[in-house]
Ligand binder design. Structure first.
Ligand SMILES: C[S@@+](CC[C@H](N)C(=O)[O-])C[C@H]1O[C@@H](n2cnc3c(N)ncnc32)[C@H](O)[C@@H]1O
Length: 210
């Protein structure tokens, strides 16, 4: 299943940015800026963007810190990373690394912030738990984990496709996680809280490394 998903993203990588732009108009750029502002990232700090895809959040973080903070993006799809690297050509940051989130190639306490946008729902429950444990391991004490996902659509028609995505990309166990991420995140992080992003169509969940 995981291998299938990696192939899927390798193929999808060539059109991913265009599909997102079409789907969200200019809203996703504003959301990403909001997400980074909320992450506590800034100059002198180190941010890891997991499941970075074509690097949208990592690139926004690098712009936000104006090169004065370290930004690293990881993803297991070479196709997605190829697009991300093309977009960041000539910049010092972000650095993009090929890796599965269940085995991050970084030492303990390497980052101040771990971000994850629109990917947690796609990890099956076992992968997600291993990934959360890795995020905690690579965060410094007091460091932040912050994730962003879509809220469940109110229209029954769109909600139908939303549920299909949860089931096909993750598993039925993901529906409970999508309803409320906080209990699971709280097994790995403290001070867990949820906030709706402007517009109400996305939610942000925060946790702090003890
Ligand atoms: C929907 S995309 C989101 C990309 C990006 N974060 C964004 O907001 O546009 C999900 C990404 O997660 C990556 N991914 C899924 N499972 C992964 C895993 N186990 N390890 C690393 N990356 C993974 C996929 O390759 C894909 O690029």
């Amino acid at each position: 299943m995981k291998r299938f998903r990696r192939y899927y993203y390798d193929l999808f990588s060539t059109v991913y940015d265009r599909v997102i732009a079409l789907h969200s108009k200019d809203k996703s750029a504003r959301l990403r800026r909001f997400f980074i502002e909320k992450s506590t990232f800034g100059p002198g700090l180190k941010l890891l963007d997991v499941c970075t895809g074509t690097g949208a959040v990592a690139l926004e973080a690098a712009r936000y810190s104006k090169g004065a903070g370290v930004v690293v993006g990881v993803d297991f799809s070479m196709g997605m990373l190829r697009v991300a690297r093309r977009k960041s050509m000539g910049q010092l940051f972000p650095i993009f690394v090929l890796s599965d989130v269940t085995a991050l190639p970084f030492r303990e306490e390497s980052f101040n912030v771990v971000t994850c946008s629109h990917a947690m729902y796609e990890l099956d429950p076992e992968t997600r738990r291993k990934a959360l444990s890795e995020f905690r391991r690579v965060l410094v004490r007091g460091g932040r984990f912050i994730m962003m996902e879509h809220t469940a659509p109110s229209s029954p028609f769109v909600r139908f496709f939303y549920n299909i995505r949860l089931m096909t990309m993750g598993s039925s166990g993901n529906r409970a996680f999508a309803r409320d991420e906080r209990p699971e995140i709280a097994r790995f992080f403290k001070d867990v809280r949820l906030e709706l992003a402007p517009g109400g169509r996305s939610k942000i969940v925060y946790g702090k490394r003890a």
